[in-house]
Each structure stands twice: as structure tokens, then as C-alpha cells.
Design a binder for this molecule. Structure first.
Ligand SMILES: [Zn+2]
Length: 308
């Protein structure tokens, strides 16, 4: 299967939605000016871009189910394409339970790619301690961890991170020492992290990377702190977008639910989440209207289906 021209770099940013400009919306005032320049519109309510090389608009994260969208159901929907909120009879927070775990094990976009022989990887770096905690049942696996396990692909570790072949979930590795105690892992600039991810995107039909710093900051509800991280995210995504597009791939950025865009509340929101596609296959994402549509569209892009 020829996957070279179909490469997708999928960046999942936890807890970012689209809201009007306001004092409690850290996206206000061009915080992410770099990405906004590449898209051609501010990352606010009303985002609507449709060009050959760029599609960007809000997509539904509620799945038509009442209540605030949550991480377990939202992420499982992003990776499986199923209406997980309906399946679970409501939005499920944090880590997948029994129903969602079974669903992710059965089918997810990473597994589907791996089984089709498409080179696929999860870019995030893990620590050995994480797997010890999983084994000891003191920690539950996330939707992404479960997806990687189901796909049977290897986890990237801190050694890969040091070799520039993985990215830490906070982009700059500021949290490595706090979370893992490793003092030998130097911090890096967002641009360098972007070039590491772009390197992986060059070698794989599908690369997934996730950052959940945005969701954590949304739950803190401090606009200034949120804005500081969005600047880092913007520097990261801007360089990543340029590299992926220059390499002939497609960058896809989306989220599981709103949160950080409304710092007046510490809870998630029902706002639409941004769907941003930049590059060669951007237009394929024009009809994506819900988080449930994302994995199917990625599959179409990386597989040979559309050529048949
Ligand atoms: Zn959250």
C-alpha cells in the first residue's frame, strides 16, 4: 500500500473549544497568531475556512447526548468513530471503563492502520514507572494508551524522547522532572519538539500525538496561565504545520470537548471544538462535522479506499 502521499499527523489537544472573544477566553487577542495566520482566521466561534490546503471549522463534541462532554467518551469517539456517549448512556469522564475499553480494543484508528500494514506510531513518551503503576492497578490507562496497546505497536519511552524521537505531553518537557524524577532530560523549545514530531510524521503513514495540558489548565480556570501555554502550543503547531505541509503530509488538529476557551468556568463546555486540517489532504476533512467523523476521515486519507 502506498502510504507516502497519504501521511497524516494527528494532534489531539485535550479540552479546547471555540468561543466568542472575551476576557475569559484565552484564545482572544491573537494568542495563537502563528496558527491563525496559517489558517486565515482567529480560533474563535465562527471559525470557517475551506481552501484546498486548509479546512478549519467547529465540530460537535456532544454526540447529541445531554450533559457536558467528557474525556473518556470523547477520546474513544475520536479514535473509534462510535457514538460512545450513546453507548455509555451518558458522557464518561477521565479513563475508559469496561464498555469503552472493549470498544477501543476491538477497533481504533491506530489498530486499523497497523493491521493494514501502514506504519503507525504514537509520538508521546512514556516512563517505565507508568507501566509499573498500570500493572499495580494504581493507575488506569487512558484512551490513547489503550489504543496503542490494541494496535500492538510499541510505546515510545523517555529514551526515545532524549533521542529526539518522541514528544512529551507538555511539549517542552517542563513536567518531566516533576512527573518522572528524571533530571537528565533537558527542556526544549516548542519549535524543537515540533521538529521531532515532524520527523516521526515523515516516516509514518499515521502519527498520533496528544497534549492534555490544555484540559488541566481549563480546569484551573486561570486565563493568564492558559494563555501562556497556548503561546507554547502555537509555536509548536506553527512549526509543525509548516514542516508537515512541506513534506507533503497533512496535519490534523482537533479536541475531545471544550474547556480552556471559557476560563469563567472550570468545567468542560458544550462548545464546538476546532477541526483544523492543513496540507495535501486537508479538503477531505470538509465534511467532518462531529468528533465521531474524525477517525473515519483519517482512515480514508491513509488507506487506499479513495483510490478504488
Ligand atoms: Zn477535563
Amino acid at each position: 500500500m502506498n502510504w507516502q502521499g497519504r501521511r497524516i499527523c494527528f494532534v489531539f489537544v485535550d479540552g479546547i473549544g471555540l468561543a466568542p472573544e472575551s476576557g475569559s477566553n484565552p484564545f482572544s487577542g491573537g494568542t495563537m497568531a502563528g496558527l491563525e495566520e496559517r489558517i486565515g482566521m482567529p480560533l474563535l466561534a465562527g471559525l470557517s475556512v475551506h481552501r484546498v490546503d486548509c479546512v478549519a471549522h467547529g465540530i460537535d463534541a456532544t454526540m447529541g447526548v445531554p450533559g457536558l462532554p467528557q474525556s473518556a467518551t470523547g477520546q474513544a469517539a475520536l479514535f473509534t468513530g462510535e457514538n460512545t456517549a450513546l453507548l455509555c448512556d451518558g458522557h464518561m469522564p477521565a479513563f475508559p471503563g469496561r464498555i469503552l475499553t472493549a470498544l477501543i480494543r476491538q477497533d481504533n484508528i491506530l489498530k486499523r492502520a497497523a493491521e493494514a500494514g501502514i506504519p503507525v506510531t504514537f509520538a508521546n513518551a512514556y516512563s517505565g514507572a507508568y507501566f509499573e503503576e498500570l500493572a499495580a492497578d494504581t493507575r488506569a490507562p487512558s484512551a490513547t494508551t489503550l489504543s496503542v496497546m490494541a494496535a500492538g505497536i510499541r510505546f515510545r519511552m523517555l529514551e526515545d524522547l532524549c533521542a529526539g524521537e518522541a514528544v512529551y505531553w507538555d511539549i517542552t518537557r517542563a513536567m518531566v522532572q516533576t512527573r518522572t524524577g528524571r533530571e537528565d532530560v533537558p527542556r526544549i523549545q516548542p519549535e524543537e519538539a515540533a521538529s521531532h514530531l515532524a520527523g516521526l510524521a515523515r516516516m509514518h503513514g499515521l502519527v498520533l500525538y496528544e497534549t492534555f495540558m490544555t484540559d488541566m489548565l481549563g480546569h484551573k480556570g486561570r486565563v493568564d496561565e492558559a494563555r501562556d501555554f497556548l503561546v507554547i502550543l502555537d509555536r509548536f503547531l506553527s512549526v509543525l504545520a509548516d514542516a508537515v505541509v512541506a513534506d507533503g503530509g497533512t496535519l490534523v488538529v482537533t479536541s475531545d470537548h471544550g474547556n480552556i476557551e471559557d476560563c469563567a468556568t472550570r468545567a468542560h463546555t458544550t462548545n464546538p471544538v476546532p477541526l483544523i486540517a492543513l496540507g495535501r489532504q486537508a479538503e477531505a476533512f470538509a465534511e467532518v462535522n462531529s468528533i465521531m467523523d474524525v477517525p473515519g476521515c483519517i482512515w480514508q486519507c491513509i488507506s487506499a479506499l479513495e483510490a478504488m
